[in-house]
Design a protein around this ligand. Structure first.
Ligand SMILES: [Zn+2]
Ligand SMILES: [Zn+2]
Length: 340
């Protein structure tokens, strides 16, 4: 829990979360430390203080509200970071990731850097974990991995043989590299940190580009023979978003995944028209779309465990968040594991 923005979080005793009438309380088995948690902690994405972060988790259902019909105590589950209300037109259409009344544990309420976390609208938001997927692996899925999966499959429509450019090789970027390779794409990974580029290469990136040496759009254009079919800004900055659009081939697709928290962002709309580019924003993935991804995880086609840099205990969360402020911290995911 932290008492103010940028104040080092402390492990402390708080009251157990109340179970919503339509919700569940989950005993957290594992939870990821994500850049979005860092944004909240720094006050870029305001939360009510004091606050408990954490939004990429998996665990066991320990309590259910009286309105829940699909789940039982003891079920092993994960949830998307954006939980839909389960009732509005978007949720009923399966698009809970854009629900106007969405809740986000770790942002709109206390999160999963805790032994227990409450989730609203459990019937709409809980996702069953296959027996073969352990909690640490599943904690990789909730935000960055699922976001990358949907960005590439839903918006990017990546096909085998396509060139995929991934700008920013932190958690979501490395997820996009891994998933792109598994889908048969040829991946160009862009970052400014050599260690992050090394990780991208280990995960199957065919080409890596250090953006501090060169204009990545020029390099991507050369190595792909005209530009990427799909490009992802996995970092979230105005400069990177602009480069991502410029590196596309004609009729290419840019997917904005990294958060742009500084307001309106200029993009080269002249190129968007002349080259008929498609621009997408991607905001996570709804529970409805998890089973397709979960099948590929369960059968070993996707191995999110490869993205884990370190498994730590709850007492290490503060240091892990603080380290996210420096660019060298981006070479994989940090997962908090609870002893069950
Ligand atoms: Zn809704
Ligand atoms: Zn996240």
């Amino acid at each position: 829990m932290y008492s103010g923005y940028g104040v080092m979080p402390e492990v402390t005793e708080v009251a157990d979360p109340a179970c919503p009438a339509d919700g569940a309380v989950i005993a957290v088995g594992a939870t990821g430390v994500c850049r979005s948690d860092w944004h909240a902690w720094k006050g870029h994405d305001p939360v009510a203080l004091p606050h408990i972060g954490g939004h990429e988790f998996a665990g066991t259902v320990v309590a259910l509200g009286p309105e829940v019909v699909r789940w039982r105590v003891g079920d092993r589950v994960t949830v998307p970071f954006a939980c839909g209300c389960g009732r509005c037109e978007y949720c009923l259409a399966g698009d809970a990731q854009v629900c106007p009344r969405q809740t986000q544990p770790g942002f709109t309420g206390p999160g999963s850097f805790a032994e227990l976390v409450a989730v609203h609208a459990a019937d709409a938001n809980l996702v069953a974990l296959p027996a073969s997927v352990d909690f640490v692996t599943a904690a990789c899925l909730g935000c960055r991995f699922a976001t990358a999966f949907r960005a590439l499959t839903g918006h990017g429509r990546v096909r085998a043989g396509d060139w995929l450019a991934v700008h920013g090789c932190g958690g979501v970027g490395l997820s996009a590299v891994l998933i792109g390779v598994a889908l048969g794409a040829r991946v160009v990974a862009v970052d400014v940190v050599p260690a992050a580029l090394d990780r991208a290469r280990e995960l199957g990136a065919e080409v890596t580009v250090n953006a501090s040496d060169t204009d990545p759009a020029d390099v991507v254009g050369e190595v792909t023979g005209g530009g990427a079919h799909v490009s992802v800004d996995a970092l979230g900055s105005a400069d990177v978003a602009e480069v991502s659009v410029r590196c596309l081939r004609r009729r290419g697709r840019h997917v904005q995944v990294g958060l742009l928290l500084d307001g309106a962002t200029a993009l080269p709309m002249d190129l968007v028209i002349a080259r008929e580019l498609e621009i997408y924003g991607s905001h996570g993935m709804a529970a409805r779309d998890y089973p397709a991804m979960m099948r590929l995880v369960a059968d070993g086609t996707l191995r999110p465990g490869q993205l884990i840099a370190k498994v730590i205990g709850l007492e290490g969360v503060g240091q892990a968040l603080a380290a996210m402020g420096s660019p060298g911290s981006t070479a994989g995911m940090i997962i908090v594991a609870f002893s069950m």
